[in-house]
Ligand binder design. Structure first.
Ligand SMILES: [Zn+2]
Length: 142
């Protein structure tokens, strides 16, 4: 699972990560890349490397979660501003310039089989390829 490789997601970590099994079939430590001797199911050269690897892995997950939350918060702020300006629609181009990420939603509901309604917390909107529209706040009926 290359997307979960913590070595690629920890900037500031300068060590080169290697695959646990390289072309020559010799297993290497997932953390430091040292050749592993002994049992073939070993993944780390020792407890220090195992702990270090697992803590990168955990912080990678935390990072993904906080990036998503930050993105949703930013989206929410932008949508809130539009509502306060009594705007019911906005071109996607303008939204993305402001930092809106259309991929981040908290809920998706199909309404009347026509348009998909997306939600960012208590704010709902529909989206076409060019704009969002029917932007409104859900009055307590989430
Ligand atoms: Zn190691």
């Amino acid at each position: 699972m290359p997307s979960l490789d913590p070595g690629k997601k920890s900037p500031g970590h300068t060590k080169m990560y290697k695959n646990d099994l390289e072309e020559d079939g010799i297993p290497h430590c997932l953390e430091c890349g040292e050749i592993l001797y002994g049992r073939s199911d070993k993944k780390f050269c020792g407890a220090t490397c195992r702990n270090a690897w697992h803590s990168h892995f955990r912080s990678g997950k935390r990072l993904a979660r906080s990036l998503t939350l930050n993105g949703l918060t930013k989206n929410y702020k932008i949508l809130e501003d539009l509502i306060s300006l009594k705007q019911k629609s906005c071109p996607l181009d303008s939204l993305t310039v402001l930092g809106f990420n259309p991929e981040l939603i908290t809920h998706q509901a199909v309404k009347n089989g026509r348009h998909t309604e997306y939600r960012c917390f208590d704010i709902a909107y529909c989206q076409s390829s060019a704009k969002i529209f029917n932007l409104h706040r859900l009055g307590g009926k989430l």
